[in-house]
Design a protein around this ligand. Structure first.
Ligand code: GLN
Length: 196
């Protein structure tokens, strides 16, 4: 199994490190030709505006969109989630539009720019997940076939899945808990067919 990590900008090194711990072949992706032969792709957190500009500049936008439509598993964290959405409620950036969710950027305001909380994510088992939020977006609307995987106590959706596309508003790569990445690898290997 070979998983690419989009290395345009942002927290890609931490994802690569986590995949190594899970004993998976991994490759930083900067150019379209590096997408060939991948079994899955991670789009990391960072600044969605910068990542999107670099993706356009390196001709990655169309290619990633086509691969997603043809069934390539993709996991987007934070800015990565923003870029996979069908709609961003508060940005000029044109997202990839491969997941039926509407997201809002920087949704927690200044007081909660960055925080950590123990999140219940039923698909990962009973043990709570240490979720790190950094100037995080939220999922404002879930449409079509997208299913919510986790919510904050106030009901705000912060993780979702649609087929082989997985997103989180938080950063599992900044913790030592490997379960969210393992869940993505299970989607890639086909052992987790639905969100259940
Ligand atoms: N605030 C960033 C954005 O809007 C996302 C932050 C992150 O990825 N940690 O793109």
């Amino acid at each position: 199994m070979k998983i690419g990590v989009l290395a345009a900008q942002g927290a890609f090194v931490e994802h690569i490190e986590m995949l190594r711990q899970l004993k998976v072949d991994t490759l930083p992706v900067r150019l379209p030709q590096e997408l060939a032969g991948l079994d899955g792709l991670i789009i990391p957190g960072g600044e969605s505006t910068s990542i999107s500009k670099l993706m356009v500049a390196y001709n990655l936008m169309t290619e990633v969109k086509n691969l997603a439509r043809s069934g390539l598993p993709i996991f987007g964290t934070c800015a990565g989630m923003i870029l996979l959405a069908s709609n961003i409620s508060d940005s000029d950036v044109t997202p990839l539009g491969v997941m039926d969710i509407v997201v809002g950027r920087n949704a927690f305001g200044r007081q909660r720019e960055s925080f950590e909380t123990e999140l219940s994510i039923p698909v990962l088992g009973e043990k709570l997940f240490p979720a790190v939020f950094i100037r995080a977006p939220v999922i404002k609307q879930v449409n079509g076939k997208a299913e919510v995987l986790a919510r904050l106590d106030d009901g705000t959706a912060v993780a979702a899945r649609q087929g082989k596309i997985l997103v989180s508003a938080f950063h599992p790569e900044l913790t030592s808990d490997l379960r969210f990445h393992q869940y993505f690898l299970d989607i890639v290997s086909g052992s987790r067919e639905s969100g259940g």
